[in-house]
Every structure is written in structure tokens, then in C-alpha cells.
Design a binder for this molecule. Structure first.
Ligand code: SME
Length: 158
């Protein structure tokens, strides 16, 4: 997909994600719908889901793709590192990332985007691809916008 196409897709996704989240108090359902939207519209997403901060670790939330690990500690793997650093991580080759947690041997690149609420990381969006170097600035911007859209869902906890 060219950068321009991707930008357009993310613009449409942003509008759709807003309509799925606004005024909805079914947190798990809304997060699940946003993941379904991403998986449908971006077929290169091999695994996409939320890990939610709960009781001191990242717990598996709504996702689509192969089965995944339930819990990730702070500072561990790509997800736990993105949480600890409170910043988006783009990993072009997961095999080169020290401590990468391989939920699926088919994953070759990954992006993890924190969701902030009240100045804290409350969850991360994790996306895996079977392609190397699948994620770029467009994905970072697009997924960070999606993270902002879902953030209010965490106001009442998860
Ligand atoms: N690869 C992640 C673990 C989660 S799975 O990709 C679904 C990590 O290193 O944190």
C-alpha cells in the first residue's frame, strides 16, 4: 500500500472508530469492534489487539489473530517496553529485538502504541505482521490517533 493510500485508509478508520466508541459504555465490546475494524481494513495486520494494564501487568484484551500470551510484565517484550517507556515502538525485525515475546513464530515485525488516560498508560495496541518492516510513520500516526479515540473508554476502568 502506498503512503497516500494508507493515509486515506487511516482517515476513514479514524471516523469509523469514533462512531464505534462515542457514547458506548460497553468497553470490551467497543474495544473488540475497533480491533475488528482494523483487522478488516488492514489485511496485512496478522495479529492486532489490546493489552490492558491491570493489577500491575499487561493483560490480554480484545484481539484478532492467533492465540496469544495472557500477561506481559512491565519492561518485557515489545509491549512491556512500550508501556515502560510510554512511547510507540516500531520494530522492523522482531528477531533483532532483545527479549521479544514470540506469541507466533510467523510474526516478523511489530508496532506497539500506548493508550494514555489521565497521563498514564492504561493499555497498548499491539500489531504484528508476517512481513518484515511492515510499519511506518503512517501506521504510527494512524494508530496513535486510534489510541486517542479509545482512551476515554478507560475512564471508568476496565
Ligand atoms: N510480541 C509481543 C507479545 C505479544 S504478541 O505479539 C501478540 C511482545 O514482544 O511484547
Amino acid at each position: 500500500m502506498t503512503a497516500i493510500d494508507k493515509d486515506k485508509v487511516y482517515q476513514q478508520l479514524t471516523a469509523q472508530a469514533k462512531s464505534l466508541v462515542d457514547g458506548v459504555d460497553n468497553v470490551v465490546g467497543a474495544l473488540g469492534n475497533v480491533i475488528a475494524l482494523l483487522k478488516e481494513e488492514l489485511p496485512s495486520f496478522f495479529w492486532v489487539g489490546f493489552y490492558v494494564v491491570k493489577e500491575g501487568s499487561l493483560q490480554l484484551g480484545p484481539f484478532q489473530g492467533p492465540v496469544a500470551c495472557y500477561s506481559i510484565e512491565k519492561g518485557k517484550g515489545v509491549c512491556g517496553t512500550a508501556w515502560e517507556k510510554a512511547q510507540t515502538l516500531v520494530v522492523p525485525d522482531v528477531h533483532q529485538f532483545p527479549g521479544h515475546i514470540a506469541c507466533s513464530s510467523r510474526s516478523n515485525s511489530e508496532i506497539v502504541v500506548p493508550v494514555f488516560h489521565g497521563g498514564e498508560v492504561v493499555a497498548v495496541i499491539d500489531v504484528d505482521s508476517e512481513d518484515f518492516d511492515a510499519f511506518d510513520e503512517e501506521d504510527k500516526r494512524g494508530l496513535e490517533t486510534i489510541a486517542q479515540i479509545v482512551a476515554p473508554l478507560f475512564a471508568a476502568g476496565y
